[in-house]
Design a protein around this ligand. Structure first.
Ligand SMILES: CCCCCCCC(=O)SCCNC(=O)CCNC(=O)[C@H](O)C(C)(C)COP(=O)(O)OP(=O)(O)OC[C@H]1O[C@@H](n2cnc3c(N)ncnc32)[C@H](O)[C@@H]1OP(=O)(O)O
Length: 133
């Protein structure tokens, strides 16, 4: 049994002082957000840290499910980092469903740079969990 975050989700809560403050929109089968990394988010100089790239992709997929009333946790995730993501530019993250079998959901996501190149792609498996509060 799991409890949802108390308004302090690192990725999406507006209240988390060190969070990413992501806001999501849903259009058809696509869940979408935009994010502009700051210097505090970099690893290599001027480049968004890869763990945070993964966070953006993971959260977009989780929000796809959340928006549809599915409480699920990431059970497995594979990320391909194709291009560095520069800090200081707005990037778009999109997620969508690939399939579902019982409690197991398969989703994909991608991070798109201004200009349209895809810098990172992820596939993930989520498992529906029971909530207690
Ligand atoms: C919007 C809300 C906030 C979103 C936050 C962003 C999303 C996240 O980052 S969540 C945090 C990161 N993830 C975690 O911490 C999860 C840690 N893992 C766990 O707690 C557990 O392993 C959990 C909940 C995923 C699954 O545990 P549990 O519910 O006991 O299921 P379990 O019995 O292991 O597996 C159930 C079935 O799924 C299968 N399964 C489990 N993992 C996988 C997998 N990766 N691939 C394929 N099948 C799997 C099992 O084989 C099993 O199959 P069967 O029923 O046929 O035997």
């Amino acid at each position: 049994m799991f409890r949802r975050s108390d308004g302090m989700c690192f990725a999406c809560s507006p209240r988390n002082p060190i969070g990413l403050h992501l806001e999501f929109s849903h259009e058809g089968d696509i869940c979408r957000t935009t994010f502009t990394a700051g210097n505090e988010h970099q690893g290599w100089d001027g480049v968004l840290h890869g763990g945070l790239v993964t966070t953006l992709l993971d959260e977009a997929m989780a929000q796809w499910l959340w928006h549809r009333g599915v409480a699920a946790m990431t059970a497995e995730m594979l990320t391909r980092f194709s291009l560095p993501v520069p800090v200081g530019v707005p990037v778009t993250v999109e997620a969508w469903k690939e399939g579902c079998r019982g409690r197991l959901w398969e989703l994909s996501a991608r991070l798109i740079l201004p200009g349209g190149k895809v810098a990172a792609r992820a596939t993930a498996k989520f498992l529906t969990v029971k909530e207690n509060g």
